[in-house]
Design a protein around this ligand. Structure first.
Ligand code: CUA
Length: 328
């Protein structure tokens, strides 16, 4: 059983200036270069404006600066300097893009991430593992992310890890990422995608190769059944009531719980739901209280979410919550 080893408050600052990958470092340098050039130009313009305003203000002589026309040197400088700047930044940008984006044909992703209203689905090719919102990745090697969308356009951006990439239905986009250090890296959907766009947060859980391998094995296993261990405690009895209810209340039409008849793909995969720290794409902590409130009235918590209100009696909500919270 995969433990809760990574549940520590190891959340890294979410900024390109806290770059945690070589790709993000390249983007940070480019951004710093742009900022420095823009700041220098702004400074020059402001200083000259102030100087000229003082020097040629009314009541002063001369009232107008000397007018120049047809000065080749001056004209060449006026065209040449901006041209040099734009050309320099063009090539710098191209080189940065080359470092962040894979070449054509390099399409063997380590993870496929799909943006959906309003959560992130992640699947790991070759392992059968599927999860949502908390995306585990190993540190220390270059990973290829495949990014696409299941409904409308979303946009992947975890600033500390590098590139920002549109996720477009029917199109596969790719990004390199080499995470240097373990920790939790946060990001958010960066393309307006409807009512709950703001609550489409990403959490990348970066772990050592060993922890990642252990996580993959645990995630690849079928869901824990509350009937496996026998009803030893009251909570298990409740979960045993919740398991059939999950199917009869049609939860399984939208959610997958591997090893059961629930195989929906509309909503997040719930096979190992209880291992996640957060729910609803980083909106709330994942605990019994929040799960129960969500089941009681999803539209009150995340208006517009595709989860309907089922008007379940309190007993059913308790049973379903117990079932979900044992899916480790
Ligand atoms: Cu998804 Cu904005």
């Amino acid at each position: 059983m995969y433990g809760f080893k990574w549940i520590f408050l190891d959340v890294r600052p979410s900024s390109i200036f806290s770059a945690a990958s070589p790709q993000a470092e390249r983007i940070r340098s480019l951004t710093a270069g742009f900022l420095a050039a823009a700041a220098a130009i702004l400074l020059l313009v402001v200083v000259l404006t102030v100087l000229f305003a003082i020097r040629y203000r009314s009541g002063r002589r001369p009232k107008e600066p000397e007018q120049v026309s047809g000065n080749r040197r001056l004209e060449l400088a006026m065209i040449g300097v901006p041209l040099l700047l734009v050309t320099g930044f063009f090539f710098w940008s191209m080189r940065t893009m080359n470092a962040v984006l894979p070449d054509r044909g390099q399409h063997r992703p380590d993870v496929i991430i799909t943006g959906r209203q309003w959560f992130w689905q992640a699947s790991y090719p070759g392992t059968g593992v599927m999860t949502a919102n908390e995306i585990h990745l190993p540190v220390g090697r270059r990973l290829l992310l495949q990014l696409n969308a299941g409904d409308v356009i979303h946009d992947w951006w975890v600033p500390a890890l590098g590139g920002k990439m549109d996720m477009i239905p029917g199109v596969d986009n790719y990004l390199w990422v080499t995470i240097r250090e373990t920790g939790i890296y946060e990001g958010a959907c960066s393309e307006f995608c409807g009512q709950e766009h703001a609550w489409m947060r990403i959490r990348v859980v970066a772990e050592s190769e060993e922890d990642y391998a252990r996580w993959l094995v645990a995630e690849g296993a079928v869901a824990r059944s509350p009937f496996d261990t026998g009803a030893r405690v009251a909570r298990d009895t409740l979960a045993q009531a919740g398991a059939p209810l999950f199917l009869s209340a049609t939860c399984g039409s939208c959610h997958r719980v591997a090893g059961t008849a629930a195989n929906g793909v509309v909503g997040p995969d719930l096979t190992h739901f209880a291992v996640r720290q957060t729910m609803l794409a980083g909106m709330q902590p994942n605990d019994s209280e929040h799960v129960a409130a969500w089941l009681a009235d999803p539209q009150r918590i995340k208006p517009g979410a595709h989860m309907p209100r089922f008007i379940l009696p309190p007993d059913s909500i308790r049973a379903l919550t117990a079932y979900l919270e044992q899916l480790k």
